[in-house]
Design a protein. Structure first.
Length: 187
């Protein structure tokens, strides 16, 4: 059976539109630079840059939260008053996700995906998901004070973001308690 030319054109348009929509949804991307993220966190100017020195005890605590080895010797962060900003790369399924987290007085003030490299699960960058973390803090050492509902098809990306938020809250808590060593960042 032969389809009329109009029907064939319509069918081809639908198939093309579906493939374009699918590729846009699945395409990883760059969403924000670190300076752009810092501009949303600090109003007057970007906060002072500092480095935390990662000793053996701190490394063990970070690795317990991440559930994998942490190779860094220093962790860079920014601070202005009671607000700190942290940027981490954490593996989702196979690729790193760059996530910015700001903490104000021990509670999450903002979470933002700066770069997403996975082929699936990019929905975690949208505010309908990141807003779930706002106001959260730590309880019982390094657990979030609330349960974060996942997103179907983005389980590993959700877990990566939750780990990053927990690490940022943990480090900010240690800073407030003056339990870790910091120095001005020279880079």
């Amino acid at each position: 059976m032969r389809l009329p030319r109009v029907a064939m054109s319509l069918l081809a348009s639908i198939v093309l539109a579906q493939s374009v929509v699918h590729s846009v949804e699945a395409k990883p991307g760059f969403y924000s630079s670190i300076p752009e993220f810092l501009d949303t966190v600090f109003t007057a100017h970007t906060g002072e840059a500092y480095s935390l020195i990662v000793n053996a005890r701190l490394r063990a605590e970070i690795e317990e939260i991440l559930d994998h080895p942490f190779p860094g010797l220093r962790i860079k962060y920014w601070q202005q008053g009671e607000t700190t900003a942290w940027v981490f790369d954490e593996i989702g399924k196979t690729e790193p996700i760059t996530i910015g987290v700001s903490i104000d007085s021990g509670r999450v003030a903002s979470v933002r995906v700066l770069e997403y490299r996975e082929s699936r699960g990019g929905e975690i960058r949208h505010s309908f998901f990141t807003d779930r973390f706002l106001g959260s803090s730590l309880i019982q050492g390094s657990e979030l004070d609330r349960s974060i509902d996942g997103i179907t098809g983005a389980t590993m990306s959700v877990e990566a973001m939750e780990k990053v938020v927990r690490v940022a809250l943990f480090l900010e808590q240690r800073l407030r308690l003056a339990q870790i060593t910091r120095e001005r960042a020279s880079y």
